[in-house]
Design a protein around this ligand. Structure first.
Ligand code: HEM
Length: 187
């Protein structure tokens, strides 16, 4: 079993990072949108702490993924993918990388610049504040976090839509090679 991606398919470290980060980001978008509607009471602090801890986990995993992507490379586009389709996919992937880093960083900056109470990473240790309380930076970070969520949702729709078009219309291996090999070679 190879750790690095081949020209032909993704290997398990990249697959694991892809699906784990995807699940965490979907959960964070849902929790984020629900929690801002909750009454601001200590009763719900745990929801905020969960959101922040999961978000910081995404930041750590994204940095790992970026390093792994540079080390392990990526498969070539499947035969039959047009140059325009490949270029669009690459643009969307790059934008998702930027947003998946910008979301946790803006959330952490918002938390820090607001002077909110200290938070613990999954209850284990106190997360340091990035900056001292700063109302202007707080507003900027909040705007990036709020609008970034909508841009990220649009990108996820494009990305997942593209994968489904490959799978259902072009009937190629673009989606299945991001799944365990047993999906491609059922016994
Ligand atoms: C990939 C990572 C993240 C995603 C996708 C995400 C997503 C979201 C979403 C969708 C909202 C609701 C925005 C709104 O409608 O106003 C939100 C709110 C919030 N997020 Fe995140 N978030 C992430 C990481 C973080 C991190 C790391 C922190 C802090 C350490 C954080 C702190 C907050 C806070 C404090 C709010 C509430 C803002 C308010 O009170 O209006 N987020 N997040």
């Amino acid at each position: 079993m190879t750790l690095r991606n081949t020209d032909d398919r993704w290997a398990w470290p990249s697959m694991t990072l892809h699906w784990l980060i995807a699940a965490l980001i979907l959960a964070l978008l849902a929790v984020g949108m629900v929690m801002v509607e909750l009454p601001r009471s200590p009763r719900y602090f745990w929801v905020y702490d969960l959101h922040k801890s999961l978000g910081l986990a995404v930041l750590a995993l994204m940095l790992l993924r970026l390093g792994w992507r540079l080390y392990a490379g990526a498969p070539r586009p499947v035969p039959g993918t047009s140059a325009a389709q490949h270029l669009l996919a690459q643009g969307v992937h790059l934008a998702i990388y930027v947003l998946a880093l910008a979301m946790p960083i803006s959330g952490w900056l918002y938390d820090s610049a607001s002077g909110l109470r200290a938070m613990k990473f999954f209850g284990a240790f106190t997360v340091p504040k990035l900056v001292a309380p700063d109302p202007a930076l707080k507003d900027l970070a909040h705007a990036v976090h709020e609008w970034g969520a909508w841009v990220l949702i649009a990108l996820i729709v494009l990305h997942a839509g593209g994968a489904l078009i490959h799978h259902l219309v072009q009937r190629d291996r673009t989606l299945s090679r991001m799944l365990p090999a047993s999906f491609e070679n059922p016994r």
